[in-house]
Design a protein around this ligand. Sequence first.
Ligand SMILES: NC(=O)c1ccc[n+]([C@@H]2O[C@H](COP(=O)([O-])OP(=O)(O)OC[C@H]3O[C@@H](n4cnc5c(N)ncnc54)[C@H](O)[C@@H]3O)[C@@H](O)[C@H]2O)c1
Length: 424
Amino acid sequence: MNVAVLGLGYVGCVSAACLADLGHRVTGADRDEHKIRSVLDGRAPFYEPGLEDVVRRNVASGRLTATTSTAEALRDCDVALVCVGTPSEKNGNLGLDQLRRAVSDIAAVAPQLTRPLVVAIRSTVFPGTCEEVVLPALRDASNITVVSNPEFLREGIAVKDFVEPSLVVVGGQDRAAVEKVAGLYTPLGIKPCLVSLRTAEMIKYACNAFHAVKISFANEIGALAARLDVNAAEVMSTLCEDVKLNVSKAYLKPGFAFGGSCLPKDLRALVYRAQRLDIDLPLLESALPSNQAHLRRAIDAILDVPPCRIGIIGLAFKENTDDLRESPVVTLLEHLIGKGRDIRVFDPHIRLDEIYGTNRSFVVNMIPHIGKLLQNSIDGVLGWAEYLVIAQLQTPETMERIRASGLPVMDLVTASPAAAASLV
Ligand SMILES: NC(=O)c1ccc[n+]([C@@H]2O[C@H](COP(=O)([O-])OP(=O)(O)OC[C@H]3O[C@@H](n4cnc5c(N)ncnc54)[C@H](O)[C@@H]3O)[C@@H](O)[C@H]2O)c1
């Protein structure tokens, strides 16, 4: 393909040189003449291991060139990758001046374009930016389609990351445009993730936040371990041996708050002991407050439902157990009862006629106000309720019966409370 790369910084120059290396004809554009001269001389405009070789090779072969003119870069171009900077403003917000300027440069050239152009926003931009900033600026250019194609490379290893990407994401409404941009990376042999425009924008933030949380987590565990004379590297490398629960997809789906007899208790003990040792662990200290905030969102979402008879499905802290210790559903119910909501509860494993021992005495003695709301069958709830809240993963059979009831449903388990509320 004929590709224009607007902005020849770390992302743009690596993308331009490596795309040329894959066989595309690439023209890089930048307002900075020094960068253009460097590339045309076959040099990398900054230090990035391996980049200079790729630039030199592809300028020499004629597949890579550079210009200060956006119009020239866009001539006969199929795809334009926008790689301009989006630096932080003083208040932390993203600065979009470079993006606005680059897009307005494209809009100015649009009438002279000889073929349809796909504009791919590779710069990191907050979800909604393409729709709110890019598309309006290009609204008169019917020959231009916009997609999001975030970049995940790491400085210092950027060329290797481009050739062996961890993730290729392209998002947009126009399937042909999305596939065209994904096609740029076909020679890399990685299956691209084709998603919506906003997901593509958001995924970059989710990834960087995740990486930052991982690093902070390892460092906090390391700080505590060191203070306890425990080998931190051994702890973390052993943690990583668990690829079923630790380094895996487990626990990485948005859903309901956690609870139970272990996570809250052990986090509390860890944080308490760290505080006694004067070790600051802000990330670990924030896990329980974060969980509380998440529970509060669910409570608020249910309180926003106009008063009616609400059936709650699930009472234990998760499916397939009758353990009620620190179940977030108990807290949720107590708030709803406190606000005078009309509630009935069904949990397949907590039926007063069946449970015994500590669980029965917990229900009867500690939460009798909730015990009174318990139904012995799903039919009891479905026949009574005007509205359902799913607070625990249910079997496909139960979900089918819930769907068949035709009742409005807020599913806290498979969607975040805010998203769940919008399902109503
Ligand atoms: N650096 C990274 O490791 C990295 C990784 C992934 C994503 N990103 C994101 O990619 C984007 C670019 O990052 P970077 O580090 O390459 O930025 P950078 O500041 O190094 O480069 C941006 C380039 O864009 C040029 N430019 C600005 N306006 C222009 C215009 N109108 N026309 C042509 N060129 C223009 C600038 O002169 C500069 O050379 C940012 O949104 C960043 O958050 C960066």
